[in-house]
Design a protein around this ligand. Structure first.
Ligand code: GRF
Length: 207
């Protein structure tokens, strides 16, 4: 059984896609042990509560400094003994100690085809604003392992989405979520739970 911690900051539609995939049997052998958010108002916490899943808010604003927050995040996560941490719209920088403790055991969903429109400053709507400004005809989403950089770890899955002439950032974001994010994040978890993913020489291999 692959035990998951899901880190969220917002509406939780990616979390919901994971929960639905588990409930519908599309992901076998995985269970969400805890949902952690930095934002006490995140509807993602409500989604966890509706499923009776442990959920907690750990906000940097509640700690004297970032080190204290990092220690609490690590400690609370460790108390659930999870195998994989899933960043599903989590907007806080993951502590280096956590990256080290969970090497190749943290995945993130990013709403573009990395290496386009990623890195510092590219999150949420800003990603889609960048894609529309550049005039790309195809965008999409990426699931990657998290390393010390920002959106720089080994790419595991990607899915392309067409950009339409009359797209607004909001409309494009919604299509990328519906057609790509909500599909490849559960699929990534399914593959990892099935033991079919290895990271070799900085590349994620699916067997
Ligand atoms: C989505 O835009 C996702 O691409 C990004 O953060 C947002 C999270 O949405 N990672 P939700 O909280 O999963 O609905």
């Amino acid at each position: 059984m692959l035990k998951l911690a899901v880190f969220v900051s917002g509406g939780g539609t990616n979390l919901q896609a994971i929960l639905d995939a588990i409930d519908e049997g599309r992901i076998a052998d995985a269970r969400v042990e805890v949902v952690i958010s930095n934002n006490r108002k995140a509807y993602a916490l409500e989604r966890a509560a509706q499923k009776g899943i442990a959920h907690l808010c750990i906000s940097p604003a509640d700690y004297a400094d970032r080190d204290a927050f990092n220690r609490e995040l690590l400690q609370k996560t460790a108390s659930y003994s999870v195998d994989l941490i899933v960043l599903a719209g989590f907007l806080v920088v993951i502590p280096p100690e956590m990256i080290a403790a969970y090497k190749n055991r943290i995945i993130n969903i990013h709403p573009s085809l990395i290496p386009s429109f990623c890195g510092k400053g590219y999150y949420g709507l800003k990603v889609h604003e960048g894609a529309l400004k550049r005039g790309v005809k195809v965008t999409g989403a990426t699931v990657h392992f998290v390393d010390e950089g920002t959106d720089t770890g080994p790419i595991l899955l990607q899915k392309a989405v067409a950009v339409k002439e009359d797209d607004t950032p909001e409309r494009l974001q919604r299509r990328v979520m519906e057609e790509a994010e909500w599909k490849i994040l559960p699929e990534a978890i399914r593959l990892i739970a099935a033991g079919r993913v290895q990271v070799e020489n900085g590349k994620a291999i699916v067997r």
